[in-house]
Ligand binder design. Structure first.
Ligand code: C2E
Ligand code: CA
Ligand code: CA
Ligand code: CA
Length: 279
């Protein structure tokens, strides 16, 4: 029995222990960070390449940790999702983004859309719609200037109650974009069921598009299908002129990526308006 006990004990290696402790401490500081509003939004443009103007800004959250510095979302969004902390955090993101967009409009810059990422955990019948309506009402932003980005996993899990949420949001005038399109599956069936306005082709298809004929063929097919369904297409992660040219030849009108701009803080967005946004 002693032997057995020791073996059991050894299942918990020092390394695992450290990870668990780290996780717990990260969870605790995440909880406090939400109370203290240690977050900031950066904004990355989606460009209409037909006339080079900004059609939309995507809000991407950053955590300004008092000692760790800027923590990227990959390090805390998954934890926020697991713990449910994404619900209050996501609401803060939505409210802040709507308010910021209205502020830009009030200054007199050409209006453009603001896109906000929504986690599956944030989709709760009765709550999601109320949250979106409150954010729009309090910011006085017209719903047509708001885009909600959801991933295919939301579509796949999409029960009737979830579909209803999106139908309601669509009636409000809010637009829905499918993020990271192409890396999940069953997407085509769910496109029929959901009121979707935009497909964002995942960066993994764009990365090698200038050298890999398969990636080009897949992207080309997605663009044709989307246009046939009257959907906008955004290519994500465009970094080079070669990628831009291939995408242009495939009639992709909207692009986002480091080639145009990295995500930037709000005070750096303002000077960009010099290049007049699209209405
Ligand atoms: P995403 O929604 O797919 O956002 C695009 C990510 O790709 C961003 O990373 C952006 O900085 C990065 N990116 C943009 N252009 C390029 C490019 O040309 N090359 C490369 N290599 N990367 C590019 P970021 O800001 O680190 O965000 C990562 C992910 O975290 C997001 O992926 C999204 O899933 C999640 N996220 C960020 N903010 C929020 C939020 O407010 N709520 C939720 N639920 N998720 C968020
Ligand atoms: Ca996104
Ligand atoms: Ca994406
Ligand atoms: Ca992503």
């Amino acid at each position: 029995a002693k032997e057995h006990g020791r073996n059991n004990y050894q299942l918990y290696t020092p390394e695992m222990n450290t990870k668990a402790v780290e996780r717990l401490s990260l969870e605790n500081s995440l909880r406090k960070a939400i109370e203290r509003e240690e977050f900031v939004l950066h904004y990355q443009p989606k460009v209409n390449v037909e006339h080079g103007q900004i059609s939309c800004m995507e809000a991407l959250v950053r955590w300004q940790h008092p000692t760790l510095g800027v923590v990227p979302p990959a390090r805390f969004i998954p934890l926020a999702e697991e713990t449910g902390l994404i619900v209050p955090l996501g609401e803060w993101v939505l409210r802040t983004a709507c308010r910021q967009n209205k502020e830009w409009q009030d200054i007199g810059y050409p209006p453009m859309q603001i896109a906000v990422n929504l986690s599956p955990r944030q989709l709760q019948p009765g709550k999601t719609v109320a949250m979106v309506e409150a954010a729009l009402r309090d910011s006085r932003l017209d719903p047509h200037w708001l885009v909600l980005e959801i991933t295919e996993s939301v579509l796949m899990a999409g029960d009737e109650a979830t579909v209803e949420i999106f139908r309601y949001l669509e009636r409000l005038g809010v637009q829905i974009a499918i993020d990271d399109f192409g890396i999940g599956y069953s997407s085509l069936y769910y496109l029929k069921k959901f009121p979707v306005h935009t497909l964002k082709i995942d960066r993994s298809f764009i990365r090698d598009i200038a050298s890999n004929p398969d990636d080009e063929a897949i992207t080309s097919a997605v663009i044709s299908m989307a246009h046939g369904l009257n959907l906008k297409v955004v290519a994500e992660g465009v970094e080079t002129v070669d990628q831009l040219e291939v995408l242009r030849s495939l009639k992709c009108r909207y692009m986002q990526g480091y080639l145009f701009s990295r995500p930037m803080p709000a005070d750096q967005v303002v000077p960009m308006f010099g290049r007049a946004a699209e209405s």
